[in-house]
Ligand binder design. Structure first.
Ligand code: IPD
Ligand code: CA
Ligand code: CA
Length: 273
């Protein structure tokens, strides 16, 4: 399948970083691991992959800005373009040899995400999308699932751990979701949660306390697969607010309503949108 020049650049860089991650996956016992915060791990594998991605993307598009999870923001001469990169999404899965993790690359132009890639090197799933050109898994065109009944739907979510996020609010939201959906899943890689939703494997997804590199690539892949993505208040500020709600039109609307009601303190009126 013919991809555009910019998608080819992203695929080539992601595959090289993926090979490096697979090598490190085979030598976990020797992998240097450190903590970035409570239960928030970073490894030499994350850093190595990010350096490779930054070098390859810089060579292919000199001057573009680069925002990476591990190295932070690097301004470029070209102020209208910025890469948003998570070299290893699902580090805790990776450290447990759970083959559910991904390289994530998004390209932002004038503040709008115009291309996204999520690549799981453990199973070679390569999710791609470009603005106005659709979303693909390997070479198959993607469409979100058409289910409209919550009782038949599977929803994925984040599960905040100690030291991160509001456990009380999360428990209320999860309790509400358990009452309405057929199934609840916690997979441990936000970029793959969005990509799986685009592929129709999941019907809905929500999460708070995320970073731009967790959301950017998956948000365009879902939208180009005909899905809806917003922040927790139904607006388009996912990257700045760090929250995401996604699904087909009905699932997105119903999940937003459910979360808004569940998130409020017991006895408190739901927040007006
Ligand atoms: C994490 C994963 C996880 C989500 C966390 C993220 P990381 O990314 O996406 O699913 O719940 O909030 O930080 O740290 O493995 O790149
Ligand atoms: Ca991440
Ligand atoms: Ca990461």
């Amino acid at each position: 399948m013919q991809h555009s020049a910019v998608l080819n650049v992203m695929v080539k860089a992601a595959r090289r970083a993926g090979r490096s991650l697979k090598r490190d996956l085979g030598e976990l016992e020797h992998l240097q691991v450190s903590l970035k915060g409570p239960r928030n791990f970073v490894t030499a594998a994350d850093r190595r992959a990010e350096e490779m991605l930054r070098d390859d993307l810089e060579k292919a598009r000199p001057g573009y800005g680069f925002l990476g999870e591990e190295g932070g923001m690097r301004e470029g001469a070209d102020k209208s373009h910025r890469w948003i990169v998570d070299p290893l999404d699902g580090t805790t899965n990776f450290l447990h040899s759970i083959p559910h993790f991904a390289v994530s690359i998004a390209l932002e132009r004038e503040g709008v995400i115009v291309a996204g890639l999520v690549y799981n090197p453990a199973n070679e799933d390569l999710f791609l999308a470009e603005r106005g050109k659709g979303a693909y898994l390997n070479d198959r065109r993607l469409r979100v699932a058409a289910r409209t009944k919550l009782a038949e739907a599977v929803v994925a979510c984040g599960l905040p751990h100690y030291g991160r996020g509001d456990l009380e609010v999360a428990h209320r939201e999860i309790f509400a979701a358990q009452q309405h959906f057929a199934g609840l899943r916690r997979y441990g890689a936000a970029t793959l949660d969005l990509a799986w939703l685009a592929a129709g494997r999941l019907d809905a997804y929500w999460e708070r306390d995320l970073s731009p590199w967790d959301i950017a690539s998956g948000s365009i892949i879902v939208r180009e697969a005909g899905g809806f993505v917003s922040d927790i208040d139904g607006k388009d500020a996912m990257l700045t607010k760090g929250s995401v709600v996604a699904g087909n039109d009905t699932m997105h609307r119903e999940l937003l309503k459910l979360i808004k009601t569940a998130a409020k303190e017991p006895g408190q009126e739901p927040a007006q949108a």
